[in-house]
Design a protein around this ligand. Structure first.
Ligand SMILES: Nc1ncnc2c1ncn2[C@@H]1O[C@H](COP(=O)(O)OP(=O)(O)OP(=O)(O)O)[C@@H](O)[C@H]1O
Length: 905
């Protein structure tokens, strides 16, 4: 297969687009391309760093990687030759100034290079937490200086928006400015249309007045003393008045009056819309001014500013050809990932570069262009993504578009489920094939209005089957939903990794060092205590250091060495790397919150919780897609942007009822609705296709985000979790848990047991109590269920052997005659709360005999500390006796590994 210089893959999820992009990159390297001349653009920083890591990893293990065969095919080189060159290629890749980055950072780089053209210093920053607020206040100031306050208020009133929402509209206009092309807006008066409509209404009223059979309802229907009242009439949108109460009095003149009213109203709406947009444009120029002031004075830009400025530089300035030339000389090959989400503006910037490359002239003779994407996964309409872009770009650049038909990610059941669900819903959907060997998988659609609980149940189910926490992902609709499920999981002592937890500065080890630095800087004791708490050591004085003199890097290194911290902690290594960016301790302490580096994934342990949007491009063994917790806000964007392909054709102001009298508007509205639907479908498609092995969909019975899909409750395939995962899990578990809810007694028991045994033994004891608590009537039949519950709660803390051991001990107890005698013919209370002398205690088992006397039974899992155990039971006896005035006996019930021992106290 010859190397195709101008190539795209338009293929479904999991079919290997990113894989082929890596193959392409490596093929270029093996063909001798200079890594610094290959521009590979991704959408997220995460994707960019993963791509670099993947290239290195693939090169390191090339002989065993699937990529090798593809590189052989693509490059036409022999396997031997490729493997011989491997080391050289790897070294030069590692030493090259590579260009694997996000589109945003690529544009930021361009802007830095040419910033002086737009009056900007090259050291601008692209992130500031206060940016929005500063911009808003700056904008309001400028609005007031320009005397446009009334305009702003009028627009807000007109669109029923708060002033801060107008801000959103301004931003849309600002970002799409270059797309408006010939679309322009005129100010015009509304009065003439109002008059026309009211005149026609008078005609209509006269007809009705002269009609003998006019009913009271009809008279009321044509009554209107103002234009606004007239606008609200429901008959106004009808094609003819030969209907309803009008029918009796109908004459063709009625319709001509109706049509005049409709024409006037249509013109009125359009004029009003023009005025609105005219005003919005005026404000947009003020908004732009505010932005400019902000980036010139404070050197702060948002990514959309960067895009706008780069566009201005590259397209507007006279010598832009020269600029492109300077830029181009360093880029010969372009590779674009997730192309369906590129915005039109972004493409417009890249376009001249792409054209040069595909023209294959001059420096580009050996150049190449490659992009991959899946229109079904386009979910960034709100950010300027237009799904037609993929096809347009391929057409414009004469790119050969290929498909990839096999899904390499998922097991068959998942692939077939996705095929079934989406085949009828997404236009031009072509079902994916599965690999022969991937013939397993499991999918379950669950309906449950307790979404959080139902999700938890599936997580616990997976855990109990031995799934590693890191392989489980919960995909939710919003960050808020993610927060809720995270809290629930954490309350049940299940570790969770979310976007916030994945930030490097939120890692415990990094936090500790930051507290240490803050102490050195502010000399406030609180930081010192925090530091020691975070490293699990007793607080002690810290030696003073002159932080202004010693290098930041050295201060941190000293701290790590002195306190023996985290020798194998990858977060710290990343942190040291990041710290190099800061000049001194001041900069770090006041700026670190902006540090957008993510933690080392290998060191994060927990169930992944993320939004569907963030899950793009990722894959997990077990995926739970959770319905949205709250009802979706009706998507009511005030402005409808109508596209023809990738050309912005028209802009409309959303107005209720307008579609009945304005066909152009009605068409635009229908298109918009279809796009909104497509966006939601695409998001669901993205979500479902993240699963490699198991997919759970948890939906609610009403207002479900899965409504579009007509999902039926049921399951397909069988749920099998590979057991080796559990071993892996145990190895990576580092910190012991605290604050757990393990059953009624957990905290008290844990306290009582303090210093008594090791943590594992304490957990074992807690689990044993839990199991006994979960067996309702001491019947052997209940053991299986209780074991499941035990697995759910303790499956990932105890080994399968320990779990079995607990079950054995409990089973033996339930058959032990002495024990059965004790509880015979009594009413028993498990985990009975007892408040005595201001102490709250729980009795494992309290039996009330028919004669009114009581028996207190306390379970234990080991015979050491018998004295303490006796004391405890004596205390209970005394308490029960004093409270009830009845006879009380007490027993210690030892559930040992191979026997049951009952000791009277
Ligand atoms: N030809 C192949 N041989 C072996 N494994 C492959 C091949 N192609 C893809 N894979 C594997 O299949 C999985 C999915 O591939 P990849 O992430 O590249 O798909 P994608 O098309 O980019 O998916 P998405 O659109 O969901 O981002 C990865 O784990 C990848 O390593």
């Amino acid at each position: 297969m010859a190397f195709v210089k101008n190539l795209a893959y338009e293929a479904s999820a999991g079919s290997g687009k990113t894989f082929m992009l890596v193959v392409r990159y490596l093929t270029l390297l093996f063909q001798g391309a200079d890594a610094s001349k290959i521009l590979a653009l991704t959408f997220t920083n995460k994707a960019a760093s993963e791509m670099s890591e993947r290239i290195v990893e693939t090169l390191e293990h090339l002989e065993t990687r699937g990529e090798l065969d593809e590189i052989i095919k693509e490059s036409g080189m022999s396997k031997e030759k490729i493997l011989t060159q491997r080391a050289k290629v790897l070294t030069s890749f590692l030493n090259a100034h590579t260009k694997i980055m996000t589109i945003d950072s690529f544009f930021t780089q361009i802007l830095r290079k040419f910033s002086l053209y737009v009056g900007l210093m090259p050291d601008f920053t692209t992130y500031a937490s206060q940016h929005e607020i500063k911009l808003l206040s700056r904008f309001l100031k400028e609005v007031s200086v320009a005397g446009k306050k009334e305009l702003l208020v009028a627009l807000a009133l007109e669109s029923n928006k708060r002033v801060s929402d107008i801000f959103q509209l301004l931003n849309e206009f600002y970002e799409k400015e270059e797309e408006f092309g010939s679309i322009s807006f005129q100010k015009s008066s509304l009065k003439e249309y109002e008059d026309q409509a009211l005149q026609a209404l008078t005609q209509l009223q006269n007809i009705v007045k002269n009609c003998k059979g006019a009913s009271a309802t009809l008279l009321k229907a044509v009554e209107a003393d103002s234009f606004d009242v007239l606008r609200s009439k429901s008959w106004i949108g009808k094609e003819t008045l030969e209907y309803w109460v009008f029918k009796k009095c109908y004459t063709p003149e009625m319709d001509s009056a109706l049509h005049t009213i409709q024409d006037a109203l249509r013109a009125y709406n359009r004029a009003k819309e023009q005025n609105f947009f005219y005003g919005l444009r005026e404000l947009t120029s003020i908004y732009k001014k505010a932005k400019k002031a902000l980036y010139q004075e404070e050197s702060e830009l948002g990514f959309s500013d960067v895009t706008q400025l780069v566009y201005t530089i590259l397209h507007r300035l006279d010598d832009s050809e020269f600029l492109y030339f300077r830029l181009d000389a360093t880029i010969e090959h372009m590779l674009l990932d997730e192309f369906q989400d590129t915005s039109i503006m972004q493409y417009k910037i890249l376009k001249p570069l792409i054209s040069e490359i595909v023209s294959g002239q001059g420096v580009f003779e050996s150049g190449s262009f490659f992009f991959v994407g899946d229109v079904k996964q386009s979910i960034y309409r709100f950010r300027g993504g237009v799904s037609a872009l993929f096809g347009e770009v391929a057409r414009e650049n004469h790119t050969e578009v290929k498909k990839l038909l096999t899904n390499y990610r998922s097991q068959r059941e998942v692939i077939e489920f996705v095929n079934r669900v989406f085949e009828e819903k997404i236009t031009n959907y072509s079902p994916q094939l599965s690999r022969k060997e991937a013939d397993g998988g499991y999918v379950e659609v669950i309906e449950n209005d307790e979404l959080l609980e139902a999700t938890l149940t599936q997580v616990e189910r997976l855990i109990s089957l031995g799934a590693a926490l890191n392989d489980i992902a919960i995909l939710c609709a919003t960050n808020g939903d993610g927060e809720e499920i995270k809290n629930l999981l954490q309350n049940r002592a299940i570790e969770v990794v979310t976007e916030t937890t994945t930030k490097l500065i939120n890692q415990r080890s990094v936090k500790a060092i930051l507290e240490y630095l803050k102490y050195l800087y502010f000399e406030e004791d609180i930081y010192r205590h925090n530091f020691f708490a975070l490293i699990d050591q007793k607080s002690m004085p810290l030696p003073k250091l002159d932080v202004t003199r010693i290098k930041l890097f050295d201060i941190i290194k000293q701290c790590i060495e002195r306190y023996g911290l985290f020798s194998d902690d990858f977060h710290i290594i990343r942190f040291l790397d990041a710290v190099a960016k800061y000049e001194d301790i001041d900069a770090l302490i006041f700026e670190y919150e902006r540090l957008d580096v993510s933690a080392a994934a290998s060191d994060l342990s927990g169930v992944r919780v993320l939004t569907v949007h963030k899950s793009k491009g990722l894959e997990y063994k077990h995926v739970i897609v959770m319905d949205r917790l709250k009802r979706a806000p009706a998507s009511r964007d005030s402005i409808i942007y109508e596209y023809d392909g990738i050309i912005l054709q028209n802009v409309y102001l959303r107005t209720a009822g307008r579609d009945t009298i304005d066909t152009a508007y009605a068409n635009a509205l229908a298109k918009e609705k279809a796009l909104v639907r497509e966006d939601s479908l695409n998001a669901l498609y993205v979500a479902f296709t993240r699963a490699k092995e198991h997919l759970f969909v948890i939906k609610k019975s009403e207002h479900s985000s899965f409504e579009l899909l007509d999902l039926e409750v049921g399951s397909f395939g069988s749920l099998k979790v590979e057991q080796q995962e559990q071993r892996h899990e145990r190895k990576t578990k580092k910190l012991p848990y605290e604050n757990l809810y393990y059953g009624t007694q957990s905290e008290i028991l844990a306290l009582e047991n303090e210093g008594e045994e090791d943590l594992q033994a304490i957990n074992f004891g807690l689990a044993l109590h839990y199991m006994l608590e979960m067996i309702p009537a001491f019947s052997l039949d209940a053991i299986a269920d209780a074991k499941n519950m035990l697995l759910n709660k303790y499956g990932f803390i105890l080994t399968p052997k320990e779990i079995d051991d607990i079950c054995m001990r409990v089973e033996r107890l339930l058959q032990h005659s002495e024990f059965l005698n004790l509880i015979k013919e009594g009413r028993y209370y498990k985990e009975k709360a007892l408040r005595y002398k201001n102490n709250l205690r729980y009795l494992d088992l309290l039996v009330q005999k028919e004669d009114g006397s009581f028996i207190v039974i306390d379970y234990k899992s080991a015979m050491n500390f018998q004295d303490k155990h006796r004391k405890q039971v004596n205390y209970y006896k005394e308490a029960v006796r004093n409270i009830t005035n009845a006879e009380v006996e007490g027993y210690l019930c030892y559930l040992l590994e191979d026997s049951i021992e009952i000791v009277a106290v």
